[in-house]
Design a protein around this ligand. Structure first.
Ligand SMILES: *Cc1c(COP(=O)(O)O)cnc(C)c1O
Length: 438
């Protein structure tokens, strides 16, 4: 980015200086609309994803017997974590009005992170398309047939490739190799050794890069283009990934109904989503706003060294600005969030949907990691702890937002939903290492 443009940006957006200095900030999105809208995506695609996932349920039960209890649905529970709420209030000297609830995506079956939503959906959709085009499957069939040797041999002719900081690779790798595909995962330098080892064990090919996520994705895309039998899962642009994540919203709505959690004018819902390139949190945010309308207030959480979505939305430059452009190094222990340049597609869609973004320091992530273990016996990976700071940021710095939306006096009836995006696959010795840093 040229220097005079940089200078203009810092003039136009004073908060950008704070961000460049790695201070934690709460940025409010003034483009949010009560009725959000986009031409780039529709609920039709979410409905299609839901139906596709349903068709695959009988196969998924055969392939992953752990899914029998949920009848082949890949879903996580919600739960109250009152002890963690109290621990955060004490540690950060603030009181959080309202209910504090965790969305347990760290415990999602198959791959233990939010990527079990979008990533697995895109692999399944691709497999279905190939099998139907080759007359090996019809939509009316029992999809358990996909677990047969004949179908596995068929998929073995094809390759699926993806660029990842770790968890997306894990989801694609586990699901893809289970079906029989060759899977190639292009891993950024942030990716943890254990994630690479687990993938190789499953039979995936792991290509390692010294560079960050954007380079790994770019290389993956280039290599895949040379192979007509290869499908590239494009984390920066994929609508299938986005649709898979968005399915979470309908499922959450049903969980809220079951547990009598209201979302309406008197009962605002706040959702805090850790954000990397944007697809996961973006898909969930899209679905939630379509279903709950103006009464859901969504904030994305990013590390102070990797606030790509914050600066992309704030400046309107989306993928045309990177964290390096403002002097940040994109180095964080929150490996799932180590992304320097946001998805253009997701950033554009989110313009009228989300309420804002905030940033978190790595040391705060580790403080939260320790508190969660101590207060609730709960282990989440560092990335997932970014969500925990949403209620604190909002209570400390979001007063003007609450007043503007006439909800400052409704906070006692509010629900804070922290989206806990990953962690159950982290091996024991790695957990201990993290806890030592806490
Ligand atoms: C990938 C990931 C995210 C963010 O998802 P994006 O689609 O990259 O924005 C958040 N938390 C965890 C644990 C992740 O693996």
């Amino acid at each position: 980015m040229v220097n005079n443009l940089k200078h203009e940006l810092f003039e136009a957006y004073p908060l950008l200086k704070n961000i460049a200095n790695q201070n934690t900030v709460l940025w409010e999105n003034t483009k949010r609309l009560k009725k959000a809208q986009t031409d780039l995506f529709s609920m039709e695609e979410v409905k299609e994803a839901e139906e596709t996932l349903k068709r695959f349920s009988s196969y998924l039960i055969v392939a992953f017997p752990e899914l029998a209890a949920s009848e082949g649905l890949i879903e996580s529970s919600i739960k109250e974590i009152p002890n963690m709420k109290a621990a955060l209030e004490k540690e950060f000297e603030t009181s959080i009005a309202g209910q504090f609830i965790l969305k347990c995506d760290y415990a999602l079956p198959i791959s233990g992170s939010i990527k079990a939503r979008g990533g697995i959906y895109e692999v399944l959709k691709h497999a279905e398309r190939l099998a139907i085009a080759n007359s090996l499957l019809k939509e009316e069939d029992d999809y358990a047939t996909l677990a047969t040797d004949e179908l596995r041999a068929f998929f073995q002719q094809y390759t699926i490739a993806v660029g990842s900081t770790g968890n997306l690779g894990l989801s694609i790798g586990i699901m893809g190799t289970k079906l029989g595909f060759n899977v190639v995962v292009h891993m950024s330098s942030d990716a943890k050794e254990w994630k690479k080892a687990m993938l190789r064990e499953k039979g995936a090919t792991v290509i390692e890069y010294e560079a960050d996520y954007s380079v790994a994705v770019e290389q993956g895309r280039k290599e895949a283009e040379q192979n007509p039998m290869c499908h590239f899962i494009d984390d920066e642009n994929s609508k299938d990934l986005f649709a898979g994540y968005a399915v979470a919203a309908k499922r959450l709505q049903a969980q809220f109904e079951k547990t009598n959690i209201a979302v309406d004018e008197e009962h605002p819902l706040f959702v805090y989503l850790p954000c990397g390139v944007g697809g996961g949190p973006g898909g969930v945010a899209y679905g939630l706003r379509e279903l709950f309308g103006e009464h859901v207030h969504i904030f994305f959480a990013e590390p102070v060294a990797s606030p790509c979505m914050t600066i992309g939305l704030m400046t309107g430059l989306h993928d045309e600005i990177s964290v390096e452009d403002i002097g940040l190094d994109n180095k964080t222990e929150a490996d799932g969030l180590a992304v320097g340049r946001a998805s253009k597609f997701v950033g554009k869609v989110m313009e009228t949907y989300i309420s804002g973004c905030y940033t978190v320091k790595d040391e705060e992530l580790f403080t939260s990691l320790g508190l969660a273990m101590e207060s609730e016996g709960l282990f989440l990976e560092p990335s997932a702890h970014a969500g925990m700071f949403g209620p604190i940021q909002l209570m400390k710095n979001g007063q003007s937002y609450l007043e503007k939306h006439n909800i400052a006096d409704k906070m006692e009836q509010a629900t804070h939903l922290v989206w806990a995006t990953g962690g159950s696959m982290v091996p024991q010795e790695m957990r201990e290492e993290y806890l030592k840093k806490a």
